[in-house]
Each structure stands twice: as C-alpha cells, then as structure tokens.
Design a binder for this molecule. Structure first.
Ligand code: SF4
Length: 254
C-alpha cells in the first residue's frame, strides 16, 4: 500500500513570503520550491564522497528510494551496481544523485508508478543540484536519461539519442549522456535491453577514463606551478552556500 500523503501544513505564511522558486531552504525536508514534497515520503539527497571526480545524476528517486530515503537502492540502483562492476568503477568513489529529490508518482491500482518530473520541477530542484556540484566539484558527470541531461546542461529540451555516449564540455565539466538504468530494465526487447546496459557500462568506463586524465592533468599543473585558468561557473548560483548539509534526515546519509 502506498504511504499516506502528507497533510497540508496550515497556511500561515506571511503575505511577504518569497515565491516558491525564490525560497532558499536549508534542508530537503524544509523545501517547498515545488509541490513534489507533498506526496513523497522522504527527500532523497545525493550519496557519496565530497569531493569526488565522478558524479552520476539520475532523474528522481523511485518507489524504494522514496521509502528508504536513499539514492539508487531499488532495481535501477542494483542494475547500476552491475554496470559499475563491469566498468571497473567503484560505486564508493562516485557521488550518486538525482536531478529531482522527491518522488513524483501516480497511483495505478495499489502501485505507485513513476511520473516524469515537469520542467518547472526540474528547475526548482536545480537549487539542490547546484549545491551538490559545488560540494562535489566533479570533473566528469554521467547523466542517466533525458531529464538528468536537461538538468545538468540547464536546458529545456534535448535529444538523448543524438548525444548518447558523446562527451559534452559544459561549465568546466565533461558530461557523458547515457540511458537511465530503469530504461534498460523496462525495454521489452532483450537485445535492446542488453544494448542499453552496454551503453551505460561504456559511459561509466568513459567517465573513469576522463576523470583519470583530469587527475593527471591537475597533478602536472601542481608540479609546474602553472595556475590553471578557472573554469567558467554557472551564471547564477541558486544553491545555498556550503553550510547546512542538504538532506531530509541525517540517517539518510550512508
Ligand atoms: S522536488 Fe526538489 S524543489 Fe521540489 S520540493 Fe522536493 S527538494 Fe524541493
């Protein structure tokens, strides 16, 4: 049975309260930048070391992630673990997160089924993704699926298939677009499923290669004491300054 929806809090906000998109909450639990918190059990923060050379961004938590308050612990996460193992990349070395931190779903019978986040929800939650970019400072970002790619590139539309597996330089990072593991799980044709899984593995291998190159380059720069030109930062910084750690519950962190 799905968990009950959260009760709507009393509307005691003063008239001068900022619009949802202007709010700068300190925790996921306090976030009201969009309405997805209303029907979710937990906000699901990113998970992994900070800083980390590689960040993997998915779309949103699934049913099991919502209940556990942890990223990538459901079937898609297990497939991603297989892909990590095949790519020779340790999951513990990677920061895993989602473009949207609350589960968006619709009820079908007794099951809560995933619903794709709207553009306004992706943009609202960009506040948290930018905060994670600042804390994690990844050199390489693997975008799992079209929603993640739009969020990472800050665009409203993109064609995943056109750029699949092709590294894109953006904001001083290499972005590698690939399929979301849930796509590799649900595509009906077994050959297409295998091909999608192989694409994910190839993207993770590429991420490992690019992050290794970046590390060597940085080490070289330190030896020669040549100051590297700072990479361009995002035009706006919607995320909070490092300080209060985002996340609905400390227990949600590993
Ligand atoms: S989905 Fe993101 S922006 Fe919307 S309420 Fe949750 S944390 Fe806030």
């Amino acid at each position: 049975m799905p968990p009950p929806s959260r009760p709507t809090p009393p509307d005691d906000a003063p008239d001068h309260a900022p619009a949802p998109s202007d709010q700068r909450p300190a925790t996921l639990d306090a976030c009201r930048r969009c309405d997805l918190w209303r029907n979710a059990t937990h906000g699901v923060p990113g998970d992994g070391p900070t800083p980390a050379p590689v960040m993997v961004v998915g779309e949103q938590p699934g049913n099991q992630e919502d209940l556990a308050g942890k990223a990538f612990v459901g079937p898609a996460g297990r497939l991603l673990d297989e892909a990590f193992a095949k790519a020779g990349l340790s999951r513990e070395s990677v920061f895993l997160t989602n473009a949207v931190k609350h589960f968006k779903w619709e009820l079908r019978g007794k099951r809560r089924l995933h619903k794709t986040p709207a553009q306004r929800e992706i943009e609202a939650c960009g506040y948290w993704l930018e905060d994670e970019f600042e804390r994690v400072a990844p050199r390489v970002v693997v975008a799992l699926g079209a929603t993640a790619l739009k969020a990472v590139l800050g665009v409203k539309a993109t064609s995943l298939r056109k750029v699949l597996g092709q590294p894109i330089e953006h904001d001083g990072r290499t972005v590698i677009p690939t399929y979301h593991p849930s796509y590799a799980l649900r595509v009906p044709d077994p050959a297409a499923r295998e091909a999608a899984f192989d694409e994910i593995v190839a993207a993770l291998k590429l991420a490992a290669k690019f992050s290794g190159k970046a590390t060597r380059k940085r080490a070289g720069a330190a030896v020669t004491k040549r100051a590297a030109a700072p990479r361009s930062k995002p035009a706006s910084k919607p995320g909070p300054k490092p300080g209060p750690k985002p996340g609905s519950k400390p227990a949600a962190k590993p």
